[in-house]
Design a protein around this ligand. Structure first.
Ligand code: BLA
Length: 298
């Protein structure tokens, strides 16, 4: 191992994260392979130096638990791990995304809220009030990653870890520890979740999840890399039928129906990620999870 960090060259791998999460989930529920697994498990990248690993499952309460890792020898390492509950539960969406190059790691780790926590205070109280100590634990080790668009922010919770760091051993260790804590917390919420019976509420949960899937399937910052690795139609399939499976079946609204501000005159979707042009340079929630953000122009 070289002296000054360099966790990536030293064999850093996000597989460890995936193994931990699957093992923990198995302790509490039965994992059944998700139908999407068959098509994507053996997905082969165009480039010899790259390995893709795709796994997907469901359980009685989890509609889709899926993980994608990308490993390029001594260079890029990617983790995209998410868990979506059945619409009968209003559980947050577990989201762990990390893109690591030798220069830096870009990380989002969160229990993404199904409902905006500024508008839906009851939802914030229900899920995040008791979790605020988590952010106190990690805000120094994994500090705010700098400007983030208002569009992304509305999918984040008050406990989000949004960070950019030098890919050293110590930083990856901190990230692993945070991942372990966040996933355990999510599993506990999952275990405690009570099945909703009101059809209207179930419909709302389903639509909220569909809106989230629609956003991510259209605007994922990882898309160019996926396209490079598996080609344009391969990347589209991976996004719509694996990573954000459900985007074609949980609802019928289109991206532009949810996010009309992205409409261009010819009816196509503007490819920019941010239309508002506003961003947040510091953590915009207080210690109670209340929104206190002050957006700045990009
Ligand atoms: C960058 N990825 C980013 C950024 C965010 C995210 C916030 C910083 C740039 C920005 O502000 O848009 C991640 N954004 C998210 C997530 C949500 C969101 C998780 O809105 C959820 C709602 N990243 C991945 C994967 C790849 C990847 C799987 O998660 C590759 C396959 C790559 N992310 C990637 C790259 C960048 C990036 C290359 C930097 C380049 C860029 O910003 O376009």
């Amino acid at each position: 191992m070289s002296g000054g960090g360099g966790g990536l060259g030293a064999g850093f791998s996000y597989q460890k994260f995936v193994h931990f999460a699957l093992e923990q989930t198995r302790l509490r529920s039965t994992l059944v392979p998700h139908p999407s697994q068959e098509k994507f498990k053996f997905i082969k990248p165009n480039e010899d130096n790259s390995v893709l690993n795709a796994l997907s499952f469901s359980t009685s309460k989890i509609r889709l638990l899926r993980s994608l890792t990308i490993e390029q020898k001594n260079s890029v390492q990617v983790l995209d791990f998410a868990a979506f509950s059945e619409p009968e539960y209003d559980l947050p969406i577990f989201c762990a995304n990390a893109f690591s190059s030798p220069a830096r790691s870009i990380v989002v780790l969160d229990l993404n809220p199904l409902y905006d926590t500024t508008e839906h205070k009851d939802y914030r109280e229900k899920y995040y009030r008791n979790l605020m100590p988590l952010i106190r634990k990690y805000s120094e080790l994994l500090p705010w990653g700098g400007k983030i668009t208002s569009e992304s922010l509305r999918f984040f919770s008050p406990i989000v870890i949004w960070t950019i760091f030098e890919p050293t051993e110590a930083n990856h260790q901190a990230l692993y520890s945070a991942f372990v804590d966040y996933y355990k917390v999510w599993l506990e919420l999952m275990e405690g979740a009570v099945r909703e019976t009101c059809e209207e509420k179930i419909d709302c949960n389903r639509e909220a999840q569909h809106k989230y899937l629609t956003w991510r399937a259209e605007k994922d910052p990882g898309y160019p890399l996926l396209k490079k690795l598996v080609g344009e139609s391969g990347a589209k399939d991976l996004v719509r039928e694996f990573l954000f499976e459900g985007v074609g079946s949980l609802g019928t609204k289109s991206f532009l129906e949810y996010f009309p501000e992205y409409a261009q005159q010819d009816g196509t979707v503007n490819r920019k990620r941010s239309m508002a042009g506003k961003s947040f340079g510091t953590r915009p929630w207080d210690a109670h999870g209340r929104f206190v953000g002050d957006a700045v122009d990009e």
